[in-house]
Ligand binder design. Sequence first.
Ligand code: PCA
Length: 322
Amino acid sequence: MTKLHHSLFAAGLAVAATPVLGDTWDFPTPYGDGIFHTANIQQFAEEVEAATDGGLDFTIHSAGSLFPHAEIKGAVRSMQVPIGEFFLSRLSNEDAAYGLDSQPFVATSYEDARKLWEAQEPVITELLAAEGLMPLFSVPWPAQGLYTTGEIETVDDLNGLRFRAYNAQLEEFAALAGAAPVQVEAPDIPQAFSTGQVEAMITSPSTGANSKAWDFLSHYSPINAWVPKNLVVVNQRAFDRLPEDQQQAIMDAAEAAEQRGWEMSMAEAEEKTQELADNGITVYEPSEELVAGLQAIGQDMLETWNENASDEAKEILDAYRN
Ligand code: PCA
């Protein structure tokens, strides 16, 4: 052994004896720590960290603290961060395929949502691949319900209300109901209500309970209008650069996270509705008249959707319905 070889060998030993310093991936999400999606992501991160012996670590930046929601997808695309989460139907302006899970009364149960995701996934995977992104897992929110002060008997009762929206479709829905939509990110809900910026909303029991809706609202109706999803994506180049065992660890943890996330969501639907009631919110079934009015709005929106949808997007809806 030459002297050089000798010292390289010694250096190798020294490296082996100290803990290997792995990569740390920043992982931005729009939602807060108290939300089950974030808890699920935390567990995903821990599983990858364990499986790679700390070779790949994550720093989760919740509640839009690293990038605002609207910038997360672009940040992953431009590799400012390798991975991130966002609300899938927020991309409905880019392609109608993304918006289907926020179309009112298209998919209204977990079973529907599962079927819709199966139809959406191949198309969305291809759309994102064209941007250098790969979907890892998608998890639904509980079905979306109506929060107000006072009981809503018909769509007319929504007329003129300042209505919190989280994407273009909810904005369209609120406008068609005669309400005045205002975009507010989930972590800003309590402040938006307490300052009077908004006075009604449609969201899940999870987000309602997490924002302590009882502090500023009194009524909740599980209209179960749609079951929208979050999506976690990774930058394809960042992924390809990883050693194969780390790639496998990510894929395995992603599959587990999708499975676990759907189960968490189903459990939340009941638990969080109960939490709303326990904190004094009146939970009431919507009247037939209200449902009919909301469905008519959904029908209108679907016609507009059809006008803007690509053939591939329309095929998703056909595949879902057949
Ligand atoms: N919570 C998120 C998205 C859908 C949901 O249930 C929000 O209100 O922004």
